[in-house]
Design a protein around this ligand. Sequence first.
Ligand code: FNR
Length: 330
Amino acid sequence: YRDRELLTVTDYECAAIQALSDADYGHYSGGADDEVTLGENTRAFNDYMIRSHCLRDVASLSTSTSFLTHSLSHPIGVAPTAFHGLAHEQGELATVRGARAASSLMISSSWATTSLEDMKKEAGENPMWMQLFVYTDRELTQSIVRRAEAAGYSALVLTVDYPARGNRLADKRNGFELPEHLKSTTLPVIVKGVLRADDALEALRCGVKGIIVSNHGGRQLDSAPASIHALREVVEAVHEGKHRLFRVPVWMDGGIRNGRDIFKALAMGATGVFVGRPVIWGLAAHGECGVAHVLNILKEELEQTMKLAGCPTIESIRAANDIVVHKTFY
Ligand code: FNR
């Protein structure tokens, strides 16, 4: 989708405000309580500066990378978000088509308004992961897992920061274990919602194949740290020290609104990023074309940042020494 008015994710958010009822916009945009974490998620990216290199050959640029076994043309995935039927009449089917058009790996929400089979069918060859909550109902979990396997999903994403009603999060910090019935799957399990080194290491001990640093887009525990701040702690725990032998990919979501944010996350050790609300803004404004356009805007901004920073590949961002530093450095 091309429109002179729609050049950034923020432009798309303005268009979504026009397209959605106040109640629906409030549902998608809002965070928990005082929305401290919601605000921090986006703001905290500005705590980091990009120390660009000059004198580098950036004539041929590539954003290609891999998420587990999938070779992807860029590191920008679609985070699981609920109820796309409120944003667009075609709901998740439009999102899936937009993600496919932009070659973005998509994580489908357990609370989709479309069946998991229909979503995967629409995705065709484009990879999809299935998000699950930690249900105490063993049979329910098993039936969802079996359906996800049969439908062709290639990983399970277990959201561990929900429900936080009451003290759930405290329980988690006292040690969480993968539900026994998830071990019975052949699909790799990824945990989403980790914010601390010790939780990340416990997840590794449970055999997870990847970690998504996330505070649920500021919708769960208000005063949780910004995801970009938590990313560093988790990456250090998982990729350095004695645990590096078991290193697994670490992704992040929360507050990503432009290509510089993505560059910063990659420089700080993320394998890739996922975006939640930006995709919803695209969906609400222009359906599948809007979704694809938002993802392409982010990809193009990432490319532009890579060029200006002197990093022609994703690997070179990760390898560059101190390419992203906290602003107190200056
Ligand atoms: C979410 N998120 C979420 N996460 C999850 O695991 N399952 C879900 O069903 C949902 N639903 C959901 C609905 C809405 C409206 C939002 C905004 C978020 C959290 C989501 O996966 C992701 O962590 C955040 O959205 C990332 O932050 P940004 O990109 O929205 O800032």
